[in-house]
Write a protein that binds this ligand. Structure first.
Ligand code: FAD
Length: 581
């Protein structure tokens, strides 16, 4: 079967299997951490398919953290209003908000959800990776692996020539981001428990260019008893791309439809919408979604990790899949980088599992709950009832901004104690004081004491390869200097060629008198900033008379520690680094 055997005995740090959103985000996160990556993709060329189109604010923050948010802001469409039509296809029965619009705020600058086709998301991530000299190796398929104490030996098949060529590749770590049918998961022998039947009717997702519909809305016709069509815009104009979802008992995935025959697709659109003016000019492809809701019981085994759909299958209702996949990658990337550099112990990697498992389990519950609404008829849009159909409204919970890991063994909170065994609302509830394990908010208006003109934001300080330690104090005295020095000292454990592990930042109130500042040492990375508008203090719930607090933000933009001082700092970093300070 194989033309020849190429035996490559190089030990690369990480091999990422699968060039979808999870694999690309993981590779980018590792690259940003200075860890060389090889990323392979079975497909010979990038697939043009909309699939995961909804990008929630938390994912946009992940992209901002990875330095790749700008193309998404340029290309993504912030559309949230839905329109349902009468049976004549043209009369608008009702218009409503599919989800409540959250406008950007100083602490949540990416608060608006965006629509962007998944192929374009993947292209933006690939572009960002190429800046690190990392190119997705298309046409290379993962076949098998063996792992031992020092690495993973992987068998690959290169389809770039005919017949395909077998290769052996050895890496320290293997990341299986090869989607729902993951060969890595199967080879790992990981369980994939859940349910596949009786979860509601099938849906067909299509991706088209189409004329004559207003791109300012999601449009819906029909009901689940017979047929329903949802049409939503993708990307900003001049793009004419739309995603169309056909659902309901009368929907059949005929061979000619799935083959993408334009007249057959056109006929399906005409029948499900009752209109004849929605003209398809190009079809990118159709996919059948069959109910399948599953997840692994562990995201890793020794040197092999599962991320994204390789670890979880879920309904598209709620648009959580790709978002969760990118967030898996972000959670794992910085941890794996620290362990690879021997700055954290291998046992630290178990926190990927501890932090993500409950989140994914809840994601499955939420998306399943929504998919059940379709079965129960709660998504029938074409009723005379003027209220929005329950199945076509989404709670703000799904924007993922409340996701947290309060229970994580590596977060330290000296302000709000975590109650072991107590109820945990994984997707978070609005309100309440900021806690360790929550997403770390941004804040603008941070003015550098040294230069006075350089203004930055907290998001501008955070990054995927370092912790940012925010010392909130009203003065720049000896206690503050000692804490900043203690934080900076962690940088001594990293080899000189690595970027800093900890960025120490003194955040002073606007009342602070500049002349009272102590100048940092000339080569110090310590930043001293005035929180000019008090937005940072507000976002982190720190009042001026609260005394000194240190908030440690992890590389993945999660609050890792909220501590009073030196003891808390030591406690936090003793759970991260394997070298005592
Ligand atoms: C129709 C539809 C609509 C959706 N809508 C949304 C939405 O709005 N929002 C959302 O968040 N999610 C949505 N999702 C889910 C989303 O598409 C997935 O969750 C997402 O693609 C997962 O990313 P991934 O990188 O884990 O896997 P994938 O995107 O599946 O990528 C896996 C990659 O691995 C490659 N691969 C597979 N096997 C091998 C191998 N042996 N060797 C090498 N490479 C291999 C595959 O070719 C593929 O490119 C939708 C899904 C569908 C089908």
């Amino acid at each position: 079967m194989y033309a020849s055997i190429i035996d490559s005995s190089t030990l690369a740090p990480a091999l990422v299997v699968g060039g979808g959103p999870a694999g690309l985000a993981a590779a980018l996160c590792l690259a940003k951490n200075g860890v060389p990556v090889k990323i392979i993709e079975k497909g010979k060329t990038p697939e043009v398919r909309a699939r995961g189109t909804g990008l929630w604010p938390r994912t946009m923050e992940v992209f901002a953290n990875l330095g790749v948010v700008d193309p998404f802001l340029r290309n993504g469409l912030p559309v949230n209003q839905m329109r349902a039509y009468a049976s004549n296809g043209y009369d608008v029965l009702k218009t409503w908000d599919f989800y409540a619009i959250d406008e950007p705020t100083p602490t949540s600058p990416y608060a608006r959800a965006l629509l962007n086709p998944q192929d374009s998301t993947e292209a933006f991530l690939r572009d960002a990776l190429e800046k690190y000299g990392i190119h997705v190796e298309f046409g290379t398929e993962f076949v098998d692996f063996e792992q031992d104490e020092s690495g993973v030996t992987v068998k690959l098949l290169s389809h770039s020539s005919e017949p395909p060529v077998s290769e052996t590749f050895r890496a320290s770590w293997l990341l299986g981001s090869d989607g729902g049918k993951s060969a890595v998961r199967k080879r790992l022998g990981a369980s994939f428990l859940g349910e596949s039947e009786n979860l509601g009717p099938m849906a067909i997702f299509g991706d088209f260019e189409m004329e004559n519909l207003d791109r300012g809305f999601w449009h819906v016709w029909g009901n689940m008893e017979t047929s329903q069509a949802l049409i939503l815009p993708l990307s900003t104009p001049p793009s004419k791309r739309w995603q169309i979802i056909f659902m309901g008992k009368n929907i059949r995935a005929s061979e000619s439809l799935m083959h993408g025959d334009l007249p057959v697709i056109q006929d399906m659109i005409n029948r499900t919408t009752g209109r004849n003016d929605l003209i398809i000019t190009k079809a990118y492809g159709l996919t059948v979604w069959s109910p399948n809701i599953r997840m692994v019981n562990a995201f890793s085994k020794d040197r092999v990790f599962l991320i994204g759909d390789a670890a979880h299958a879920h309904p598209p209702t709620g648009a959580q899949g790709m978002n969760s996949s990118v967030q898996d990658a972000h959670n794992l990337g910085w941890k794996l980088a620290l362990v690879h550099k021997k700055l954290a112990s291998e046992s630290f990697l178990s926190t990927y599992n501890t932090e993500r498992l409950p989140v994914i389990a809840e994601m499955l519950n939420l998306t399943k709950e929504i998919s059940h609404m379709f079965r129960k008829g709660d998504a029938d849009a074409a009723s005379e009832d003027k209220s929005p159909p329950k199945g076509w409204t989404r709670s703000n919970k799904l924007n993922m901004m409340g996701l947290h890991c309060h229970w994580s063994p590596i977060v330290v909170d000296e302000r709000t104690l975590f109650t072991e065994g107590g109820p945990v609302d994984v997707y978070g509830t609005a309100g309440g004081i900021l806690r360790a394990g929550d997403r770390a908010p941004s804040a603008p208006g941070l003015v550098d004491i040294a230069t006075q003109d350089a203004e930055t934001t907290l998001f501008g300080l955070f990054g995927p390869a370092h912790h940012t330690a925010l010392v909130f104090s009203s003065q720049d005295g000896d206690v503050e200097s000692a804490l900043l020095q203690e934080l900076d000292a962690y940088n001594a454990i990293a080899p000189k060629d690595l970027s800093p592990l900890v960025l120490p930042v003194l955040l002073l109130p606007s009342s602070f008198q500049r002349h009272a500042a102590k100048a940092p040492a000339p080569d110090s990375i310590v930043r001293k900033l005035v929180d000019r508008d008090g937005i940072a203090r507000g976002a982190y719930d720190i009042q001026q008379d609260d005394g000194l607090w240190v908030v440690i933000v992890r590389p993945d933009g999660v609050v890792g520690g909220i501590v009073r001082g030196s003891e808390g700092i030591k406690k936090y970093f003793s759970r991260i680094f394997n070298t005592s300070n």
